[in-house]
Design a protein around this ligand. Structure first.
Ligand code: ADP
Ligand code: MG
Length: 338
């Protein structure tokens, strides 16, 4: 490997499968064709070593994750992914690291028919930026500001898995079963972007957001943008089998205990990195929405309703309010500093 251009040719210049890429990697800019009648949606995310991931993480996971979090943003808009660009800052050229990174990146790219059409390669502290481009019809885009009073609130998958995985890793607690820990770790490392589900839900959903910072924060953004509030049923928050089992282990429960807070509820409300979708639908659309999610074998839960009164209310089954502590489970406070 003689340098930057060799590296690009070896790892990032691959035959393109998409007819809408008129020029890809290799020129000064990519030339791309947006289908008539659709709009271009663009989103970008950066992963920095020591901030967003542990420096010794498997590069395959990084390649996967860098694209997955971007795909999740397009899913949250109801958009169809098409193209990605990749800005890589590397401390040195390490071909086995790059091969692993590409394995993760291209596995997901192939899965979602995303073409890598360009990027930038520099030397420096490890950092990975992916920009994703996709299409949607303007009238079908899921907007954060579109939640309506009376809407039902849904989430896909289960909540809190990634947050629990992070706590288990950092504490070194090995009390839960190996299989459960592996499951939770995979949920943190390789989140499933809900792209297909989102496309299936087009024209059924009012507002949507993907859960990167936890339900409390992310649904909060949607509520603020829409000028509404929500009541969430704690008992309806979906738990994976592994989460349910691990959270009960005495050492885990005591590690997570903060004053009178419920550790499971704090994790499900405030831990990030699940990359599930949270969306609202008119009650009359509930049956159609659930039919779509079943078709994709996608787990879902109806967790609450949109209210006119601003604010985020969590209630127990008996109607008593639960006040999340939040700060005890700040994702950033739990990560190593840069
Ligand atoms: P320029 O100097 O004109 O900006 P570069 O020399 O940075 O171009 O890159 C050469 C080509 O390789 C460009 O088409 C660019 O998009 C592509 N490229 C550079 N780095 C990457 C990367 N990490 N992934 C994909 N494409 C890349
Ligand atoms: Mg140039």
């Amino acid at each position: 490997m003689r340098g930057e251009f060799d590296l690009i040719d070896t790892f990032f210049k691959r035959p393109l499968q998409r007819g809408d890429v008129l020029l890809g990697v290799g020129d000064d800019a990519a030339m791309l064709r947006v289908p008539p009648g659709q709009e271009l949606l663009v989103s970008i995310d950066t992963l920095v070593a020591g901030v967003h991931f542990f420096p010794d993480v498997d590069p395959r996971t990084l390649g996967y994750r860098a694209l997955a979090v971007n795909l999740s943003d397009l899913a949250a808009m109801g958009a169809e992914p098409a193209w990605a660009t990749l800005a890589l800052t590397l401390p040195a050229i390490d071909t086995s690291w790059l091969a692993r990174f590409c394995e993760g990146f291209y596995t997901l790219a192939r899965d979602y028919n995303v073409a890598l059409v360009g990027g930038n390669t520099t030397r420096g502290p490890l950092s990975i930026t992916v920009q994703i481009h996709g299409f949607a019809r303007a009238d079908l885009v899921f907007r954060r500001a579109a939640a309506k009073v009376g809407d039902l609130i849904y989430v896909t998958g289960a909540l809190g898995d990634a947050g629990l995985a992070l706590h288990l890793m950092q504490s070194g607690i090995a009390e839960c079963s190996e299989a459960h820990r592996a499951y939770l770790r995979a949920r943190l490392d390789c989140p499933t972007p809900r792209v297909r589900e989102a496309l299936g839900l087009r024209a059924l959903v009012h507002a949507a957001i993907d859960l990167s910072d936890g339900l409390y924060a992310d649904l909060g953004h949607m509520l603020a943008a829409s000028g509404v509030g929500a009541t969430i049923q704690l008992a309806e928050l979906p738990q994976s089998e592994a989460f349910q089992a691990c959270i009960q282990a005495p050492s885990v429960a005591s590690m997570l205990k903060v004053e009178d807070a419920l550790p499971w509820a704090e994790l499900m409300l405030s831990a990030g990195d699940d990359y599930e979708l949270c969306f609202t639908v008119a009650p009359g659309r509930a049956a159609a929405v659930e039919a779509v999610l079943k078709e994709f074998y996608c787990r879902y839960a109806r967790i609450g309703v949109i209210d006119a009164e601003p604010g985020f209310r969590c209630v127990h089954e008996d109607g008593a309010l639960y006040h999340p502590h939040r700060s005890g489970y700040d994702h950033f406070s739990a990560m190593p500093s840069a």
